[in-house]
Design a protein around this ligand. Structure first.
Ligand code: GAR
Length: 206
């Protein structure tokens, strides 16, 4: 059973999906901590409702210094004995100290098919580009933002009348299914990272 921390800034619907999945005794990870950079976020309320310990580390209390912020996040994760970290709508970029502290043990869900539409405005950018298919990418967090090894992707159709909000809602519905599944597979060590890509363990590349 892996000790899992969920980092979230927003409403926490992905956190909720993870909490719901982890309620199954067969799930291979236990959510031992929810950490948010936003006091009063929906994610914190959901964690409290589920009886999961919470911590708040704000950007401002570290003077907007990314290394100091990351150091505080890493220390908090360590103090809770965390082994696996997932970013579920965590809208802060961690510095490389976090990647070194948790090598290949931080997963992120991104609301687009990477490497398209990196960054904090993926749904707006997809609509602006006029793509007909966007989707979800779950990837390992690496030093370069939204560029770590991809673990899983799922498509979501873009509709002519979509707004960024409506597209994001349909993307979230797919994330709620995909992200907890991928976290479980990662916790069971069903994947490995080889040469900057992920692959299922035991499979020999052709
Ligand atoms: C999710 O759609 C996630 O992919 C996105 O924020 C949303 C959080 O929703 N993350 C990013 O945009 C990261 N760049 P939630 O708070 O309801 O889980």
């Amino acid at each position: 059973m892996k000790r899992l921390a969920v980092l979230a800034s927003g409403s926490g619907t992905n956190l909720q999906a993870i909490l719901d999945a982890a309620a199954d005794p067969a799930y291979p990870a236990a959510v031992v901590l929810v950490l948010s950079d936003k006091p009063g976020s929906g994610a914190l309320s959901r964690a409290e409702a589920a009886g999961v310990p919470t911590e708040v580390v704000t950007w401002d209390e570290h003077g907007g210094d990314r290394r100091a912020f990351t150091k505080a996040v890493v220390e908090t994760l360590r103090s809770h004995g965390v082994e696996l970290v997932v970013l579920a709508g965590f809208m802060r970029i961690l510095s490389e100290e976090a990647i070194h502290a948790f090598p290949n043990a931080i997963l992120n869900t991104h609301p687009a098919l990477l490497p398209s539409f990196k960054g904090a405005h993926a749904c707006e950018d997809a609509l602006e580009a006029g793509v007909k298919i966007s989707g979800v990418t779950v990837h390992v967090v690496d030093v370069e933002v939204d560029a770590g090894p991809i673990v899983a992707q799922a498509p979501v159709e873009v509709r002519d009348d979509d707004t960024p909000e409506s597209l994001q809602e349909r993307i979230k519905a797919v994330e709620h299914d995909l992200f907890p599944k991928v976290i479980a597979e990662w916790a069971r060590a069903e994947w490995e990272v080889v040469g900057g890509r992920t692959r299922r363990r035991g499979r020999v590349p052709i």
